[in-house]
Design a protein around this ligand. Structure first.
Ligand code: NAD
Length: 289
């Protein structure tokens, strides 16, 4: 297929490379020259504008920083420029309202569109092991699934337009809150004189078990190897966790849903980020507890 890829950053760079590796004609665009160079090295053809990249394609994939940019790129450079009927897949993490608005604009202009945000970080983007949660009509999902499967290990239809973004921010709100809870629990266990590996062995097989503990333990030397064992470098940056928590708070407010634990996690991550920790892994918040 001829696939345009817009947004070749930390995540999009590896995803575009995997589509090229799978044999697609990948037509790449990014504002940053360094991103374009990497795309060329990975077998993509690069273009000077998004409009040129989307001309004549079967599908457009985007991996952009936020909803305002997604809306502006689609309204200015994709809709009316890509062939009518092309499949549009936005994999960025953005707010539910903008995802629905852009999908409605696309459908009105004759395109099929899905929101397909991902779970998994840069390593999963490079390895092609992302999990995609997809919002959009069933026929658009069916068309998007084989393309997404070439960049991921799981592709799940979450529901109508915006449902992918809704699933993503609900998941990450739970992750943020459960990470803070895991961190404070280990600190309490320490204060109470427990050996932390012993506590891990107990709690990971008891009712407190959760992903933040058993797959992403924030305590160095306890559980599997995680960013905690690497000075909290790599992994999932605090700034990105805060971004997702803010999206969750906005969605909760719009929906009138009380989310007191998510709200507290957002406050704690906002303070941690403001103290200059935006670039470190989000499990490093244990240092503040
Ligand atoms: P990034 O900042 O590394 O990449 C974004 C890219 O978009 C940059 O290369 C930038 O130059 C480009 N860009 C910005 N505006 C553009 C425009 N108008 N036209 C073309 N290109 C433009 O960010 P990232 O880490 O790759 O994240 C991308 C998306 O994936 C975000 O929505 C993020 O929330 C989400 N996400 C990231 C991770 C992660 O671990 N990094 C994990 C899951 C989801």
């Amino acid at each position: 297929m001829k696939i345009a890829f817009i947004g070749l950053g930390n995540m999009g760079g590896g995803m575009a490379a995997n589509l090229a590796k799978a044999g697609h004609d990948v037509r790449a665009f990014d504002l940053a020259e360094g991103a374009l160079e990497r795309a060329r090295a990975n077998g993509c053809t690069t273009f000077a504008t998004a409009r040129e990249a989307v001309a004549g394609v079967d599908a457009v994939v985007s991996m952009l920083p936020n909803g305002a940019i997604v809306k502006s790129v689609y309204s200015a450079d994709v809709l009316g420029q890509a062939p009518v009927g092309a499949l549009l897949l936005d994999c960025s993490t953005i707010d539910v309202a903008t995802a629905r608005e852009v999908a409605a604009m696309a459908e009105a202009a004759g395109y099929r569109m899905v929101d397909a945000p991902v779970s998994g970080g840069i390593a999963a983007a490079n390895a092609g092991t992302l999990t995609f949660m997809v919002g959009g009509p069933a026929d658009s999902f069916a068309a998007a699934e084989p393309i997404l499967a070439q960049m991921g290990k799981a592709v799940i239809h979450a529901g109508e337009s915006g449902a992918g973004q809704a699933a993503k921010i609900c998941n990450n709100m739970l992750l943020g809150a459960s990470m803070v809870a895991t961190c404070e629990t280990f600190k309490l266990a320490e204060r109470l004189g427990l050996d932390l590996q012993t506590f891990y062995d107990i709690s990971s097989k008891a009712s407190g078990q959760c992903w933040s503990m058993t797959s992403y333990c924030p305590v160095p030397g306890v559980g599997p190897t995680t960013p905690a064992d690497n000075g909290y470098q790599g992994g999932f940056a605090t700034a990105l966790m805060l971004k997702d928590l803010k999206l969750a708070m906005a969605a909760a407010q719009a929906a009138g849903a009380p989310v007191p634990m998510g709200h507290r996690a957002e406050e704690l991550y906002a303070a941690f980020d403001a103290a200059g920790n935006g670039g470190v892994d989000f499990s490093a918040i244990i240092k503040t507890l």
